[in-house]
Design a protein around this ligand. Structure first.
Ligand code: ADP
Ligand code: MG
Length: 704
């Protein structure tokens, strides 16, 4: 071990001081964000393997990851669908089959009848006996007692060229730096949390927690560790959540010092607009409007999240905010996650705002040619007061003359970083635009504190009056005929319907093909129904024409992929068929279903599933059938699938937790919030190093 220089501590000590880390390895470690000895210490095990005991074969259960040992009874090559080597072992309590699809002659020759085999792997159910597929194994002398591991085996997140054994060797060395002997200043790992802040939570010291988590002792409570609920793990999870929370809190604090244009004096314009609407605003919409306009009058940039269930009327609220901005002489950028939704917003905003003399333009990545040039010019010279589009609105070549407000719809589709990056877009001198983000995906408090801690929140907790909850039924594909009759009846009675085709594949091509096939089939069986088709592969102009025809009532049945998931608004549509709903998450299904039930008439949704359903799928569909409340549905969805799935990879991809788990660690959050406030007050200088330790320099939100 090279001894560290006097001014170093583990935070700055480069990983190259560790044995076995030359420039090549350092380059590979970089991919795991490991640059310093501290980074090694905070590269925490993703899970553990229990190789501390040999399990009797008679006691293993499917799904267990275990060490077993037995003698070879039989080894043979089977030529089935795939050639495989089967090795049956037994130990007097039971038998197990090892199955290898890849093997060589030498390996095969090692499995002599009577040879001792010790292996580690996952137990699967097999035809005759339980099985392990490609277990790690070695040949042992059955007479001799082979030692087992003394500790749970940590399994680290690895990458190409950096294997478990390397990571174990590195953490071993790094832990030595943590020092059992007298701590020298040069090998210290600073605990940025003053002990007095942690005592109420009875937390272990940082270095003790790290040591425990990397090398759990022999008598460690295995189940607790496997679940990540051991106090040492919780200590670290607490600190990690704190780091994320502080990072966003700092974004918020900085915003309070940044300057933004004061957007006021537009009330008359807003009132004129509201008077043109064919309905009254709900009390919730009015309250949120007031919250937003109060923010816009401040000389600091607003950062407000408007949450409201599907159909609660968020678009009108966005329009009121836009008018407040335009009335004060500034431009608005409205960004939607999909082209289809952007088009629809463009149409609503044009219909609503053009009569008031406001110029609304539209820009997406697919805009081309002369029109594109004109739009960009209008945004640049300020003659376009409202620009609607996709994230293309925020590319380099789009320059706003005087951006005052950025509105992001269906925020859950965008990542944290993307959102934060947008805050700086449209900066005009030292003036930053206000930001309004809207989402129909209710965010549980856990997540909100971790990924939205920089935002103030408003809630539209009321649907427009007269809405009837959508009636949902769960029906098997075997009754498809009946369902088609139902579509025909609705359509011939002047109502409209959606038929949504789903596929698990993200592939646009496959999704579109599935929808094309279904549309052709339905057209053949329902000749008296006017059918339209939209999917992701159509040209924007074509999509727009079809949507417009559907909205105008010239199409009865719209066959589509999940492109219509967010935002599409056709109040006369009262029936939705969702094929293979078992493939989708609850939150997504709720979004889809939200396309109906937008008018005063009773709407229905048919979940046309493919039997047989798994228990989990059955529970999910029942949860959807029995619930119309988006918050409740999102909560169930997170339970059943976890936040990563629910919010999509983009959103949570931005947060790669080392150890925290938003669902499991929910109970830590109250403490996190408290300690965050205390730390900012008592040791503000500790905040940056704490954030960097957990998030790294590049992911520090405050630096975006
Ligand atoms: P979401 O919150 O899902 O984005 P939208 O803004 O698309 O909802 O609104 C859904 C439908 O409700 C639209 O047709 C909209 O015009 C209508 N709407 C909005 N506010 C009201 C209201 N206060 N009363 C009646 N209808 C409303
Ligand atoms: Mg919407």
């Amino acid at each position: 071990m090279v001894s560290p220089g006097p001014s170093d501590n583990l935070e700055t000590l480069p990983v190259t001081v560790l044995k076995g880390v030359g420039p090549r390895m350092a380059g590979r470690l970089e991919r795991l964000q490991i640059r310093t000895v501290q980074d090694v210490l905070f590269h925490l095990p993703a899970r553990y393997e229990d190789r501390t005991r040999v399990m009797p074969l008679g006691s293993v259960r499917t799904g267990d990851h275990v060490v077993v040992q037995g003698e070879v009874d039989l080894a043979e090559v089977r030529f089935g669908r795939r050639r495989s080597l089967l090795v049956r072992i037994s130990d007097g309590t039971g038998a197990l089959t090892l199955r290898f699809f890849h093997f060589n002659a030498k390996q095969q020759a090692g499995f002599i009848r009577g040879a001792g085999i010790r292996c580690y792997g996952e137990v699967r159910s097999g035809t005759a006996t339980a099985e392990m597929i490609h277990p790690e194994y070695r040949i042992v002398d059955p007479e001799e007692t082979m030692p087992v591991e003394e500790h749970l085996t940590p399994v680290y997140p690895a990458t190409e060229g950096v294997h478990q054994l390397t990571l174990r060797a590195l953490t071993e060395q790094a832990l030595q730096y943590l020092g059992t002997g007298p701590q020298t200043a040069s090998t210290q790992l600073t605990d940025w949390l003053p002990a007095r802040l942690l005592t109420p939570f009875r937390m272990t010291s940082l270095s003790a927690a790290l040591r425990y988590v990397h090398r759990p002792p022999a008598n460690a409570p295995v189940d607790l560790l496997m679940e990540g609920r051991h106090p040492a793990q919780q200590r670290l999870a607490f600190e990690e959540l704190l780091a994320h929370h502080l990072s966003l809190r700092r974004v918020r604090l900085r915003a309070q010092h940044a300057r933004a244009p004061v957007l006021s004096g537009s009330q008359a314009l807003v009132d004129r607009f509201v008077a043109t609407l064919p309905f009254e605003l709900t009390a919730a919409q009015q309250r949120v409007n007031a919250e937003v306009s109060k923010d816009l009058e401040q000389p600091h940039p607003m950062a407000r999240l408007v949450q409201g269930d599907v159909g609660s009327g968020k678009t009108v609220v966005a329009a009121c905010a836009a008018l407040t901005c335009v009335g004060a002489g500034y431009q608005v950028a409205l960004m939607a996650p999909t082209e289809l939704l952007a088009e629809q917003h463009f149409r609503s905003f044009s219909d609503w705002l053009a009569p008031l003399g406001i110029n609304v333009v539209w820009h997406t990545g697919k805009s081309r040619g002369k029109v594109r040039g004109q739009v960009l010019e209008a945004i640049r010279d300020g003659s376009a007061e409202v620009a609607v589009g996709t994230h293309a609105l925020f590319q380099e070549e789009v320059e706003f003359a005087r951006a005052g407000l950025v509105i992001i719809d269906e925020q859950h589709r965008f990542g944290v970083h993307q959102r934060l990056a947008l805050r700086d877009k449209g900066r005009d001198g030292d003036l930053r635009p206000h930001q309004l983000v809207m989402t129909a995906t209710p965010i549980p408090r856990t997540l909100a504190m971790t990924i939205y801690a920089d935002l103030d929140t408003s809630l539209i907790d009321e649907l427009p009056p007269g809405r009837l909850p959508v009636k949902t039924v769960v029906i098997s594909q075997e009754r498809r005929e009946e369902v088609m009759q139902r579509v025909r009846n609705a359509c011939t009675a002047g109502q409209q319907a959606y038929w949504v085709c789903t596929l698990i594949e993200e592939s646009d091509v496959l999704q579109s093909q599935a929808a094309e096939k279904t549309a052709a089939f339905l057209a053949g069986t329902l000749p008296d129904v006017r059918i339209g088709l939209v999917h992701g592969r159509l040209k924007p102009a074509v999509k727009e024409t079809i949507m417009a025809a559907f909205k105008a009532g010239n199409i009865d049945l719209l066959v589509s992929t999940t492109v219509i998931e967010v935002g599409v608004d056709v109040p006369n549509a009262t029936l939705m068929i969702i094929e293979n709903p078992e493939r989708l998450g609850l939150a997504q299904l709720h979004q889809l279903r939200g396309r109906v039930g937008r008018g005063p008439r009773q709407s229905s949704c048919v979940l046309l599933y493919q039997p047989p359903l798994s228990d989990n799928a059955r529970d999910r569909l029942a949860a959807l059938r029995d619930n119309n409340d988006g918050f409740e549905i999102a909560r169930r969805d997170m339970e059943l699938r976890g936040p990563g799935e629910v919010l999509g990879t983009r959103q949570t991809g931005a947060i790669n937790f080392h150890i925290a788990d938003l669902l499991r660690d929910e109970s830590l959050l109250a403490g996190v919030e408290k300690v965050a406030v205390q730390l900012l007050a008592s040791n503000p200088e500790n905040v940056t190093p704490l954030i960097r330790r957990w998030l790294g320099v590049s992911a520090d939100y405050g630096e975006v």
